[in-house]
Design a protein around this ligand. Sequence first.
Ligand SMILES: Nc1ncnc2c1ncn2[C@@H]1O[C@H](COP(=O)(O)OP(=O)(O)O)[C@@H](O)[C@H]1O
Ligand SMILES: [Mg+2]
Length: 242
Amino acid sequence: MVVLDHVDKHYGSLHVLQDINLSIRRGEVVVVIGPSGSGKSTLCRTINRLETIDSGSIMLEGQPLPQEGKQLAKLRADVGMVFQSFNLFAHKTILENVTLGPTKVRKQSKSAAEKKARELLDRVGVGPQADKYPAQLSGGQQQRVAIARALAMEPKVMLFDEPTSALDPEMIKEVLDVMVDLAKQGMTMIVVTHEMGFARTAADRVVFMADGQIVEENTPEEFFTNPRSDRARDFLGKILKH
Ligand SMILES: Nc1ncnc2c1ncn2[C@@H]1O[C@H](COP(=O)(O)OP(=O)(O)O)[C@@H](O)[C@H]1O
Ligand SMILES: [Mg+2]
């Protein structure tokens, strides 16, 4: 579904992605984990072309990522992204936030988009909030709306970049539960998270990044119980201590 082949990227003198090779099969859930600054967000951002790459290639369903124009807007719809901050439009209702993309980019009718949006909002457990504004919702509810908004575009792949790290602890589970459901339903997912419970329950594979490189790839079970590299052992030692 997604293939990164010898991908390199620099920010000035910083070699932020170094020869990244990664293939994600349809329906696969890949958790990306690693220290802050290792390039995880940059990796996600290159996959929906919020960032360009210097060399190598990224393919989505066998096609190179489009460079610009209409095709690029379609790519952004095909690759749903959920960030740490929810990025909902503050002056639009929850329902409008979810119907905006489908009506503007996918050219759906308003009534069809609203019907679909209400189904999705029900599915993520915020149906009753449809006519409220983002500020009237909790962080966990807003993040579930952000997931519904991405799903409304009928994406081929979903990218999650630390979707729970800005949430109060009691709201983390409600967001992770939605993501676990999505994984069970066969969505192809790339998830940057340090939530090991999620990785163990839902991930097919864990990719460990450090300093712009993929250092280690393994099943969650193997990775968490038996990390092979010193970098991964060191990192896990730090995050497991608290
Ligand atoms: N737009 C940018 N310009 C310059 N440097 C950047 C930019 N975005 C990220 N970086 C740097 O690239 C490195 C990787 O960042 P990032 O991909 O956000 O890492 P992570 O998500 O793993 O914490 C960091 O050193 C960061 O400071
Ligand atoms: Mg990041």
